[in-house]
Design a protein around this ligand. Sequence first.
Ligand code: G1P
Length: 271
Amino acid sequence: MIKQAIIPLAGLGTRLLPLTSVFAKELLPINGKPGLEYILEECVDAGIKEIIFIISKKKMMIKKYFYNDKFYKDIIKKKNDLKVIEEYKKILKYRKMIKFVYQNKPKGTGDAVLKTKRFIKDKYFLMLLPDDLIIKKNCSKSMIRSHKNYKASIMASMTVNKKSISRWGIFNLNKKLNKTDYTIKGVVEKPSIKQAPSNKAVIGRYILPKTIFSKLLKLKPGNGGEIHITDAIQSLINDNEKFIAHNFLGKYLDCGTLNGYINSSKEISKL
Ligand code: G1P
């Protein structure tokens, strides 16, 4: 069973400047609701019981969003507004599930994962990257199903345009297991079109084994001076850990860029 999820939230969000110079991009409303809440809903619906947020001092706004009791209580005392009570209840429900850890220097996704080391209890855990929304089908849920079937680590996968290859982690596929799942030989972070082993990209959903922490501890910074989760995954594959690329069926929405963010609102409003 996968019961714990982690969400890296310490990123600077430079693709959304100047907004992100004062605001946490994960709280920007998409069709009226913070992007982060879509990610939380996906977790809850997939059976996750505990969620670890990796934030930074600059992103304290995210913690405040879940801990602003006085604000709610004062309003509720003044007028018994049912809508406000509902929203407060929702916040309290999420709060019970969330723990916070800190990554104060943006040293990459691998470094963010490492900060959760002492909290991970089971053999496997889920990671969701908040820039990547997947709607219409719960991607985490179907990945957990594949994980149960194959007793393997799983990463979400999508076919991407060749021109955009250097923006993604790219899979080197091995064997087809069924309509949606492939074992992989490897994964490389942001290769050039020439070096790319395929046009199947990693999307931000991962079921990772606890053994990844020992790999991360030894890892040297890679591309751009960051510690990449992709490099730790490759190191596990080299040690014969089974990794599967899962072609999810939902629709992918990129919320990390302004155009993507605007489009996400449009797509979600059509649901
Ligand atoms: C991260 C991962 C990359 C993956 C992408 C999916 O990159 O490092 O392998 O393809 O998320 O969104 P980032 O978006 O942080 O540059």
